[in-house]
Design a protein around this ligand. Structure first.
Ligand SMILES: Nc1ncnc2c1ncn2[C@@H]1O[C@H](COP(=O)(O)OP(=O)(O)OP(=O)(O)O)[C@@H](O)[C@H]1O
Length: 253
């Protein structure tokens, strides 16, 4: 049995009497890609927000690699190696692709997010930035201002920025949202590549993306886990089929 790097027990979030996440026990195996799926309003984003400290759980615990991180603020959780990408990453339009990655690498150090840097400091991150740009297929765009990148490549840059902090756990928020077929294909290949040797939790509506990326799938409905397992198993579960019936984002085989 592979050990769990992230475990939640009885995790719960209430908004003024409404229970958005209702007693979730989740175990994410180290080195795996774990997908969270479910119809609109199932509680996926709320769960993600608790894992990253953006929301404080109403009850339950979150354990990261043996450490209780329940209720810690976002910056502390990020500092412990949880990085989140897509949907919330802010890119600076005029700043080059390479500068984004070098600044993110620098943010990991005591220098923090300083825009002024000496040549010596810049050189310190050059080689690692080059590696990250290669890993995310952005080597040819290193000097391009982020604002001039096509949509799919902007998202690749967001991923490079998240990877720069060397996360122990990478949370991906709907990596293919708003993408056409071509970008989706590229993003799936990219996520598969960066997931090697890392632990990834992703929220994703596109079931063919989930099928091709996830080792394990957790299905949420009305804040509760209704099924969990490998994609094919979960996809055939009668409770999952019922949960998606009539939903706009019904999974397609
Ligand atoms: N700040 C809030 N205040 C009140 N209700 C909220 C709040 N945030 C989320 N909710 C409610 O909690 C439920 C779960 O929402 P959440 O965004 O977590 O679902 P989701 O699975 O991410 O949905 P989607 O797939 O549409 O993004 C929804 O009914 C939503 O309206």
């Amino acid at each position: 049995m592979v050990r769990a790097i992230l475990t939640t027990r009885g995790l719960r979030k209430e908004f003024r009497g409404f229970t958005a996440v209702d007693g979730v026990d989740l175990a994410v195996a180290e080195g795996s890609v774990h997908a969270l799926v479910g119809p609109n309003g199932a509680g996926k984003t709320t769960l993600f927000n608790m894992l990253t400290g953006f929301l404080r759980p109403s009850a339950g615990t979150i354990d990261l690699d043996g450490r209780d991180i329940t209720g810690l603020p976002p910056e502390r959780i990020a500092g412990l190696g949880v990085a989140r990408s897509f949907q919330i990453t802010t890119l600076f339009p005029a700043l080059s692709v390479r500068d984004h990655v070098e600044l993110a690498l620098q943010a990991r150090t005591t220098l923090g997010w300083q825009f002024w840097r000496s040549d010596k400091q810049t050189r310190r991150f050059e080689a690692e930035a080059t590696d990250l740009l290669a890993e995310t297929n952005l080597a040819d765009a290193a000097a391009t201002p982020a604002g001039a990148l096509a949509y799919g490549r902007k998202r690749a840059l967001e991923l490079a920025v998240a990877l720069a902090v060397r996360p122990r756990l990478l949370l991906l928020d709907e990596p293919t949202a708003g993408m056409g077929a071509e970008d989706i294909e590229g993003t799936v290949a990219l996520v598969r590549r960066v997931a090697e040797g890392r632990t990834v939790v992703l929220v994703e509506h596109n079931m063919s993306v989930v099928k091709s990326l996830a080792d394990r799938v957790t299905v949420l409905q009305q804040g509760q886990i209704i099924a969990e397992g490998p994609y094919d198993e979960v996809r055939a579960d009668p409770r999952v089929i019922t949960a998606y019936l009539g939903a706009n984002d019904a999974p397609r085989p």
